[in-house]
Ligand binder design. Structure first.
Ligand code: BG6
Ligand code: MG
Length: 218
């Protein structure tokens, strides 16, 4: 257990925490799975939360073991999924981020916390730009600057390094079990929201994003 008073930085997962891209991921993976005749539904999609693109594809492929693909074919199919996913991302606007999220991030900054994004996504920069969210963060660590994806703590350790703080004085806000595992492995304070609410890995579970302002008083 950590004392919330010791926390100086807060690292946010992007998808499922600051905004929602779940359905776009679902639609893009579904299109590829249908083409490859692999069973895929919302339950399988749920297992992809926080997991990197290639690891997500491996989870999907595990539902059709007789389908053997080379690494080059896997890369090409994943790129095809990403292209379709990005056409959905093009439709995002600042209205896709709630006023609550914006007001809470602003309040936390005013209280002196350093804020960072810690996302597995290689599209994080594009999403932050589309939704005009970059200005709230002191640093962004994402799928482009890591070699090991969540549950490895690398993406969060890099985020802490970018904001110049020791991992021990950082909290991580996550909607995925894989992300909470990474936060624990990185010795950060694990905060759960959304799908991860109530996880035994979390020290705090948030009912709403705005509740962050209750737990982190500055
Ligand atoms: C995470 C999502 O944020 O990013 C995962 O929760 C996704 O579902 C991962 O697989 C990688 O995303 P991208 O944009 O690099 O394909
Ligand atoms: Mg997430």
């Amino acid at each position: 257990m950590k004392n919330t008073n010791d926390i100086k930085g807060i690292i946010f997962d992007l998808d499922g925490v600051l905004l929602s891209t779940d359905h776009f991921h679902y639609l893009a993976w579904k299109s590829l799975a249908d083409k490859l005749e692999i069973p895929f539904d919302e339950t399988v999609n749920e297992k992809l939360r926080g997991v990197s693109r290639m690891a997500s594809f491996e989870i999907i492929l595990s539902n059709k073991p007789e389908l053997k693909l080379t690494e080059a074919e896997k890369e090409a199919y994943a790129a095809e999924k990403n292209e379709l996913y990005r056409t959905y991302l093009q439709t995002m606007t600042p209205a896709d981020v709630s006023d609550d999220v914006r007001a809470t991030l602003k309040a936390l900054r005013e209280r002196g916390y350093l804020l960072a994004v810690g996302s597995s996504s290689k599209n994080a920069g594009f999403i932050l730009e589309r939704t005009e969210m970059r200005e709230y963060f002191d640093a962004v660590s994402d799928g482009n600057n890591i070699t090991n994806s969540k549950p490895d703590p690398e993406v969060f350790l890099k985020a802490a390094e970018y904001i110049g703080l020791a991992p021990e004085v950082c909290a991580v806000v996550e909607d995925a079990e894989a992300g909470l595992e990474g936060a624990v492995a990185g010795k950060m304070l694990p905060v759960a929201i959304g799908s991860a609410h109530g996880s035994p890995l979390a020290q705090i579970s948030l009912d709403t994003f705005a509740d962050l302002a209750v737990h982190f008083a500055g």
